[in-house]
Structure formats: structure tokens, C-alpha cells
Design a protein around this ligand. Structure first.
Ligand SMILES: Cc1cc2nc3c(=O)[nH]c(=O)nc-3n(C[C@H](O)[C@H](O)[C@H](O)COP(=O)(O)OP(=O)(O)OC[C@H]3O[C@@H](n4cnc5c(N)ncnc54)[C@H](O)[C@@H]3O)c2cc1C
Length: 462
């Protein structure tokens, strides 16, 4: 029997690669060190009360075509709830609603944007000017900004401090996990060009209505049906390199011979299983130690009464970026989830201080909640939530397969949100990288296409 494809890492990148390969009839063995699938996009059981909680709210958008394709293959697409309206807190008034209207993209947000009150007219004109410039730059022009911080583009398009603080930073920080001052401009521009401007479906926000972990159960069946297996609780310790190929993956339970190895690990974890010889043999592994990371903080709050009046809220200009209404949990408590991206300044705070800060922002956003205290809370710090997409990052993100010019190991493929997928480090980026690795192994397939741009967006250059 031919040795299986061994996928190391059962996060979204590994799941995506394994499902694609299994669907094409390949025998796949997935090695995952934790006792569950999903990696950074998963759930855990809170030992304090037995509740299943997501490590953090994970948001997708209509433009995440490859992630949606994976959910469809897994049969879990129905578990995504779609939210066309984005609610922006604007106390003491009701929140502003940003919702696509009947105009074709990129003019679809025009009506609601003009009605939004949390930005001055001057700032709105500045935002419109920068959007127009991003439209006219097109995708090629975006590439020319690669290697420079997004804040330089904002300065070049004469943004007001208010527009940066209340509009650009909340969106960029949530989507790229870095603020405008430090994120690579082309990564941030992708969010606006592909996520907001090109069509009216792309910005629609999707939120899983079930714990993240339950989205991945069907993957095990798909892999097993094709003769493969998912080995949870087993860690890869090394890649056995025979001088020309990866012969086996060495784990804490033995050695698994492989025809192909797909490493779907974060760069720091991949580094641990690569020998110096291996790194010298494949240029994709040479710069693994140059990646830096950015943290995200998730805060679960439980109340004895309803607190939120909208399904979610953006908190412009505040330290807490988003609030999500997670409904009523099995204990009858009203569950609110707060998210802070690029959360470096929060990492050394203790749980009590974090909750006090978040409650200050919550009461700012929802003044009616003044005086209400949470019955319970749970904070989740993810120090290495994503790679930091700083200027120059594209130069060190490797592709899935060996480089035709610089060489590399034929049967070693890389995947993960940090690889070159054309996307920032997100679920869509992870799934794309897994699909790219699987397509490279199969020699066929490829990515699901982007949502088509509207006729007007195309005409204008997007
Ligand atoms: C708090 C937080 C909030 C986020 N919010 C969003 C969001 O709203 N929207 C969005 O699109 N993205 C979000 N992301 C990013 C998203 O979760 C990641 O981009 C994506 O899940 C990465 O998937 P991956 O498969 O590349 O890596 P991972 O999920 O890290 O998967 C790698 C897997 O490899 C396993 N592993 C590691 N070492 C070994 C070893 N030696 N042997 C075997 N297995 C090993 C790990 O246990 C892990 O399961 C968020 C991330 C975090 C942390």
C-alpha cells in the first residue's frame, strides 16, 4: 500500500488540506497534538462551570469564499448566521447602522454611511476620499503599497485623526490584528478592496451559531471514509529527512511513513520539528524564526439580564473593539463576548482588571447597562493569536509547494494562515493555504474564486 499523506496540525489549514485530499480519494493521516480539531479557531470546556466556550468570537465575511466552501464540504454552512448590518456604538444615541443599500458596489454603503453620526462630516469626506483612492488603485496598485505601513496611505489621503481613530483603526485592527500604524498597507487595503468595496455580499458578516468545535466533527468522517485517520493527542517531534525527501513524521508515539508531508503548523511550531539540515535543504524554511506575533483577548461575560440590544457592536475609539450578544447559555445567563485585537497592552493584566476595563467600555457603549455587574466572567489570552502582518511580511511568507527556481523538497508542503495565500492571517487565509497545499499535491484543483465585483466596481478599476 502507498504510504499516506501525513498532515501535521489539525487547525483550519490542516483540516482544509485533509478534506480536499480525502475527497479526491487520498489516504490522509492527520496528527494533532491537542485532543481536538480546530487549532486557534476552536472551543474549550471551562473547568469552572463545564460550559463550552469558544476561545474567541470568530467572524467571517461573505468574501471568505474558501472558508465557506470548506463549511459546505463539512455540511455546516447552515450553522452560520449572516448579519448584513454592522452596528457602531454612538452613545448616548442609538448605535449607527452601516448596511448595504440598493446602489451597486462600491456605492452600496453610501446611504447608511452618510446617515452615521459618530463621524463628523469632515471625517466622512476624508474616509470617502481614501476609499475612492483604494478603488482607483485597484489590486495591482495595492501591491505597490506592500512594504509600507497603512498609516502612510492614510496620511497621503489626508485623513483626520478622528477618521483614523474611530473608523480605520477599529476595522483594520479587527481584521488584521494590528493597528493602522503598524500593519502592512497592502494587507489592510485587501480588507477594504475585497471585503467592503467590490460587491455588496462580501462585507456581510457571518457568525457561527454553534460552538466552533462542532463545525469540525464531519471532517473526521470524510477523512476516515477515504481510509485515513485523525490522531488526536499525538505530537509531531521531527520530520525524518533522507537527504532528498521526507520519509516519515516522527511523533511522540512512533514514526509514520509518508508519501507526502503537509505541515500545517504555525511557524514557531514548525521550526521546532525542522532540523538545521532540513532548513538548509528548503528555502521556505529558512526564515521561520523571523515571524513575530500579535495577541488577541477574548472576554466572556455572563449577566442575569439582557444587556445588548443589537447582535453586536463596534466600539469606535475605545480599547475594547467589539461586543457580541451570544444569547442565553445553558445556565440561563445572558452571555456577552468582548474582543480586543492587537491586545499587547492587556496581556499582563489580571482577570479582574481586564473585566473592569471591558465593563467601562460596555457601559460607555450601552449606557442602559450602567450598574449591572457580570455574574461570572472568563478571559482568554491568545498571546500568539496571529502573525504580525507588518510591512515586509510578504517577503518571508512561504508558498505551499517547493519553489521552481530556488528548489526545495518535493514531497514537503506547507500550510497555515502565515503562509503566502494572498490573504492576511485569518481563517480564510488558513483554509486557502490548506487548499493550495492539497491542490499542489494532487496537481489539480485550486482555490474557489472570489466573489465577482459589481459592474460598477469593475468599471472603476476594482
Ligand atoms: C483569539 C483569536 C481570535 C481570532 N479571530 C478571528 C476572526 O474573527 N476571524 C478570522 O478569520 N480569524 C480569526 N483568528 C485567526 C484564526 O483563528 C487563524 O487564522 C486560523 O485558525 C489559523 O489556522 P491554522 O490552521 O493556520 O493554524 P492553527 O489553528 O494554529 O493550527 C495548527 C494546529 O497544529 C497543532 N500543532 C502544533 N504543534 C503540533 C505538533 N508538533 N504536532 C501536531 N500538531 C501540532 C496545534 O495544536 C493546532 O491545532 C483569530 C485567532 C485567535 C487566536
Amino acid at each position: 500500500m502507498i504510504a499516506p499523506v501525513v498532515v501535521v496540525g489539525g487547525g483550519l489549514a490542516g483540516i482544509s488540506a485533509a478534506v480536499r485530499l480525502s475527497s479526491a480519494g487520498r489516504r490522509v493521516v492527520v496528527i494533532e497534538s491537542r485532543g481536538k480539531l480546530g487549532g486557534r479557531a476552536t472551543s474549550f470546556v471551562d473547568p469552572r462551570d463545564g460550559t463550552t466556550l469558544d476561545n474567541c468570537q470568530h467572524v467571517l465575511m461573505g468574501c471568505c469564499t474558501n472558508l465557506l466552501d470548506l463549511y459546505e464540504r463539512l455540511g455546516v454552512l447552515d450553522a452560520i448566521r449572516w448579519h448584513p448590518t454592522i452596528h457602531w456604538a454612538n452613545p448616548p444615541h442609538e448605535p449607527d447602522a452601516m448596511v448595504p443599500g440598493w446602489c451597486p458596489a462600491p456605492a452600496h454603503f453610501m446611504g447608511s454611511f452618510l446617515r452615521m453620526r459618530f463621524l463628523s462630516r469632515k471625517s466622512k469626506r476624508a474616509v470617502a476620499r481614501a476609499m475612492w483612492q483604494m478603488i482607483r488603485l485597484g489590486r495591482d496598485g495595492r501591491g505597490r503599497w506592500s512594504g509600507r505601513p497603512f498609516v502612510e496611505f492614510l496620511a497621503a489621503s489626508a485623513q483626520t485623526p478622528e477618521a483614523t481613530e474611530k473608523f480605520w483603526d477599529p476595522i483594520v485592527t479587527s481584521a488584521c490584528n494590528l493597528p493602522c500604524a503598524s500593519v502592512d498597507a497592502s494587507s489592510a487595503m485587501l480588507v477594504f478592496q475585497q471585503g467592503f468595496l467590490q460587491d455588496s455580499w462580501s462585507p456581510v458578516m457571518g457568525l457561527p451559531s454553534v460552538p466552533l468545535i462542532s463545525l469540525y466533527d464531519p471532517a473526521v468522517k470524510i477523512i476516515e471514509t477515504a481510509g485515513g485517520s485523525v490522531r488526536l493527542g499525538e505530537s509531531a517531534l521531527a520530520l525524518s529527512y533522507d537527504g532528498s525527501r521526507i520519509a516519515a513524521v516522527v511523533t511522540d508515539e512512533g514514526s509514520i511513513e509518508c508519501s507526502v508531508a503537509i505541515c500545517a503548523l504555525p511557524p514557531d511550531r514548525l521550526l521546532k520539528i525542522c532540523s538545521e539540515t532540513l532548513r538548509r535543504a528548503d528555502s521556505r524554511l529558512a526564515r521561520l524564526d523571523e515571524f513575530t506575533f500579535s495577541p488577541i483577548l477574548g472576554v466572556h461575560l455572563f449577566f442575569d439580564q439582557k444587556v445588548m440590544r443589537t447582535p453586536h457592536l463596534v466600539l469606535p475609539g475605545r480599547r475594547t473593539h467589539w461586543l457580541f450578544d451570544k444569547g442565553i447559555d445553558s445556565w440561563g445567563r445572558h452571555h456577552v463576548h468582548a474582543v480586543i485585537s492587537a491586545a499587547d497592552a492587556w496581556m499582563d493584566l489580571d482577570e479582574g482588571d481586564i473585566v473592569a476595563r471591558v465593563m467601562t467600555d460596555l457601559v460607555w457603549a450601552i449606557p442602559q447597562a450602567s450598574g449591572i455587574e457580570p455574574l461570572a466572567y472568563r478571559t482568554v489570552k491568545e498571546r500568539r493569536a496571529t502573525i504580525a502582518c507588518t510591512p515586509g511580511i510578504d517577503a518571508i511568507r512561504p508558498g505551499a509547494a517547493r519553489d521552481g527556481i530556488r528548489g526545495g523538497i518535493d514531497n514537503l508542503f506547507l500550510a497555515g494562515d502565515w503562509c503566502a495565500s494572498g490573504w492576511p492571517a485569518t481563517m480564510e487565509g488558513a483554509v486557502r493555504s490548506g487548499s493550495m497545499a492539497a491542490s499542489a499535491v494532487l496537481g489539480s484543483g485550486g482555490l474557489v474564486g472570489d466573489v465577482p465585483a459589481s459592474w460598477l466596481a469593475r468599471m472603476l478599476g476594482l
